[in-house]
Design a binder for this molecule. Structure first.
Ligand code: NAI
Length: 331
């Protein structure tokens, strides 16, 4: 039995968490959940959205499954997600984007893995108001973080039989910061002669992704471009409802969907839990419960392929609960 921290989040978080937990239980996983609430719902009682107990729990259990948490725009608390990634040094954000049978999109040959640097760049949160009309934000890029994210991308390529790594930047404009990121990627690429290494500017990448996404394999990007490009790639394969993710560091790993707390559909039993279920499948593989992971994967893919019980974001009219029951039936 393995203990895993479970963060149900807020917005649609609790609904999709219940779906994932019910499926994992029905599949017979050997997991005990250490439930740690975080986000807007705990601020009133505990004074902040990310109480220390959440971080302590992940440090103890080493692995977590996390649903989305709202970050209010403008003033207020710092993002729970950014804080967690920093506190646990979860430096690599891994976001695979692949077509799934049964989910119709404009493309049928997308198989891209996004490796997003997760600890610095404009996410460092170093901003100041210079005067009433001017504010500035500082973009931090370090050699240490850039080398290790490039190493992660190439290492992932080797382990998963991938062919090409594209380093993505805007080094024509951000010559020092993105220039450093690129230099580090080049340096690491030398150690991996069997993996093709290419460079591309982020604006050109966006255009090419919507024209010919099949040209791309692994993308390694600084934090902000990684954030934006991963939503774009989610759109190529069917939207945020199916986009999985993982935050991985040397000591800990937090598995979570790419999407946010979707306040527009909160509490309506409409949310698609697929992204969280896919993230949970990767979590189960990570903790060596591969058979259970594959059992859930088969049931999920069968449900999506059959197509008669899909949530609204995928063109169906099934509720979160109906979709979950269908997967459990297919286990
Ligand atoms: P969002 O990803 O929550 O929603 C964007 C659109 O996609 C909405 O129309 C929503 O209904 C839809 N959508 C998202 N997930 C879905 C799902 N599973 N099933 C069906 N439809 C889904 O992005 P938004 O609105 O920009 O952010 C809302 C909040 O979430 C913000 O406070 C943001 O900071 C936070 N957020 C949290 C993240 C996390 O916890 N890792 C990641 C991204 C955003």
């Amino acid at each position: 039995m393995q203990t895993v921290t479970l963060i149900p989040g807020d917005g649609i978080g609790p609904e999709i968490t219940k779906a994932a937990v019910d499926i994992i239980k029905a599949a017979g996983a050997q997991i005990e959940w250490d439930i740690q609430n975080a986000g807007t719902d705990v601020i009133e009682k505990e004074g902040k959205p990310l109480p220390d107990r959440v971080i302590e729990s992940i440090k103890k259990n080493k692995v977590a499954l996390k649903a989305p948490v709202t970050t209010p725009i403008g003033k207020g608390f710092r993002s729970v997600n950014v804080q967690l990634r920093k506190a646990l040094d979860l430096y690599a954000n891994l976001r695979p984007c692949k077509n799934i049978d049964g989910i119709k999109t404009r493309y049928d040959n997308v198989d891209i893995v996004i490796v997003r640097e997760n600890t610095e760049d404009l996410y460092a949160g170093i901003e100041r108001q210079i005067d009433e009309d001017t504010a500035e934000s500082i973009k931090i890029i370090t050699k240490k973080a850039s080398l290790r994210i490039a190493e992660f991308a190439f290492n992932y390529a080797v382990k998963n039989n991938r062919k090409t790594v594209h380093a993505v930047s805007k080094a024509n404009i951000c010559k020092l910061t993105d220039g450093l990121f690129l230099n580090c990627a080049r340096e690491i690429s030398q150690k991996y002669p069997n993996i093709e290494y290419k460079e591309i500017l982020v604006d050109n990448l966006c255009m090419q992704l919507v024209q010919n996404p099949e040209k791309f394999d692994i993308l390694v990007l600084p934090n902000l471009y990684g954030d934006i490009v991963s939503d774009l790639c989610a759109g190529l394969v069917g939207g945020l409802g199916i986009a999985q993710g993982a935050n991985i560091g040397m000591d800990y790993a937090v598995f979570e969907p790419v999407h946010g707390s979707a306040p527009d559909i909160k509490g309506q039993n409409k949310a698609n839990p697929t992204a969280l279920i896919l993230s949970a499948i990767e979590m189960l593989k990570y903790i060596n419960q591969r058979n259970t992971a594959e059992k859930i994967e088969r049931a999920l893919f069968k449900t999506l392929k059959t197509g008669n019980c899909l949530t609204a974001d995928l063109g169906g009219d099934a509720s979160t609960i109906d979709f979950t029951s269908e997967i459990i039936k297919n286990l």
